[in-house]
Write a protein that binds this ligand. Structure first.
Ligand code: AMP
Length: 485
């Protein structure tokens, strides 16, 4: 179902304000007092911190008032002196976010809290709408005012416009208009609502803490608060939790689903299960398949910590070559991926990773990483390992070459900065300086997630996106916003 090929991509470039965001969302409805929602949200967000380190926020309600706090930084920094002010509610939602640098500002932190005719509304969104710029322009033409550059505010605006007949109908109407990815957690004064886009592009799971319902981007957040995983929210489903319990509505159904396969490759935590598949197990399988496809004579198998560790263990088990650490990671350095300049990016790699000289000296090394994006990390690492005395460095990647940007919520640089979009594998090998370089094929990657309750989006690996972007934009331009219901 290739709706937009990579060459078509060049004719459609997103505006700056709609670049994808990586985020984590959390929500809890407490029927008893076992856990304070603000505290539960704080712990849950801490467990989802890998999904976004730029800003964090929590909103809670006690049924009358809505309190919230959000700001730039990690959860521990944002809530250091502020969690106490949020205690005492019965519903809470939270959000962690990483966006591209141009869009980095406190005003864009979530949850987004607003008033509408039904009372107060708070929203936390993971994903990216591809038609939000057009929708925003259309809404502005009709007099709407926006305070942020967030897609989430467009969704909130659409919900508010349709809210005369209740929040459920309003959300359903909004879902008919917006196109893209959304795992959305909404809090009204008396309800917690979770919504997953019809293609299920971003994950969203349902959990239970005694009689209390919890939702989160990943199941690892449930473990952190001792909640149990119940099930994944289905693509196109709206789950409403209130004092009468939980109700599910299948607002939209799509024959085809398109969960982002990059969640398994890199983004999600290894201790999470997504749509029926263990992230750890899928990564280990990626390593096994690499070993079957690319047997190499070597002394050691190693990983670029941490996301490639399960794949390296899979490769070592399948090949019989011992696993050992080739790189030590400084755990106090955050992500090095998006930095304002190439020089800082390169310094960032050195700060984060260092060669284990005694392990690699004189050795023929198989080094496994989950992905190559710009190529900075691999080039620096190969150089480091050679300086540390490695005799051979064979680089194996547990995913295919990233050839196209993501428009659905993974933060990838533009086309021209992706090393895989303009170079062959052999050219990339030469650029990064490895003895050999091999990537997992798309077919093999999809085999590692076989058995999931969904199909997958592999748009970053082949330019085939699950939504025809130009068609969606055209339809949005022609839409009569007054008649949406
Ligand atoms: P690069 O140096 O640009 O080739 O980035 C590749 C490294 O970044 C790999 O080690 C990945 O683990 C990591 N990575 C891949 N995708 C992302 C992303 N969306 N955000 C942050 N890091 C990433």
């Amino acid at each position: 179902m290739c709706k937009l090929t990579s060459c078509q991509y060049d004719r459609w470039k997103p505006k700056d304000d709609v670049m994808p965001e990586e985020c984590g969302v959390f929500g809890i409805f407490m029927d008893d007092q076992r856990y304070d929602p603000a505290e539960a949200a704080y712990v849950g967000l801490y467990a989802l911190q890998h999904r976004g380190q730029e800003s964090a926020g929590i909103a809670v309600t006690d049924g009358k008032d809505v309190k919230f706090h959000k700001g730039m930084g990690l959860c521990s920094e944002v809530f250091k002196d502020n969690l106490g002010k949020l205690l005492g509610g019965h519903i809470g939602i939270g959000h962690v976010r990483y966006s591209t640098t141009g869009d980095s500002r406190a005003g864009n932190a979530q949850p987004l809290v607003m008033s509408y005719r039904g009372g107060r509304l708070a929203l936390a969104h993971n994903g990216n709408l591809i038609n939000s710029s057009v929708l925003r322009e259309r809404l502005e033409e009709e007099g709407s005012i926006f305070q942020t550059t967030l897609d989430t505010e467009v969704m909130a605006n659409l919900i508010a416009r349709q809210s005369k007949e209740g929040i459920l109908k309003a959300i359903t109407a909004m879902m008919r208009v917006v196109k893209g990815s959304y795992a959305l957690v909404i809090m009204t004064q008396d309800e917690l609502i979770a919504v997953r886009d019809p293609l299920g592009i971003r994950p969203l799971a349902l959990g239970k803490l005694d009689n209390n319902y919890v939702v989160a981007s990943e199941s690892c957040a449930f473990d952190a608060i001792d909640a149990e995983f119940v099930r994944d929210i289905r693509p196109g489903e709206i789950v409403v939790v209130n004092k009468n319990g939980l109700k599910s509505y299948q607002a939209q159904s799509s024959m085809e689903t398109a969960l982002c396969v990059f969640e398994y490759v890199y983004f999600a935590r290894p201790d999470s299960d997504i749509d029926g598949i263990s992230v750890y197990r899928s990564r280990e399988n990626m390593g096994t398949r690499l070993a079957q496809a690319f047997p190499i004579e070597a002394d050691l198998v190693s990983d670029v910590p941490d996301s490639a560790t399960p794949a390296a263990s899979g490769y070592a088990a399948e090949s019989g070559i011992p696993y050992a650490k080739a790189l030590a990671k400084n755990r106090y350095v955050g992500r090095t991926f998006i930095q304002p300049s190439q020089a800082l990016r390169e310094r960032g790699v050195k700060l984060k990773l260092n060669a284990m000289k005694r392990n690699v000296h004189g050795k023929r090394l198989i080094l496994i990483d989950d992905s190559i994006v710009r190529g900075t990390t691999s080039r620096k690492i190969v150089e480091m390992l050679r300086l540390a005395g490695a005799r051979e460095v064979h680089m194996l990647i547990s995913s295919p070459p990233v050839v196209c940007p993501c428009f659905f919520g993974i933060d990838t640089p533009s086309h021209d900065q992706l090393i895989g979009s303009k170079n062959s594998v052999e050219e990339i090998r030469r650029i990064i300086g490895a003895d050999t370089l091999h990537y997992l094929s798309i077919d093999d990657l999809l085999k590692t997630v076989e058995g999931a309750g969904c199909n997958f989006c592999v748009g970053c690996f082949n330019g085939c996106y699950p939504i025809d972007i130009r068609k969606a934009l055209k339809e949005t331009e022609q839409l009569d916003l007054k008649t949406i219901e």
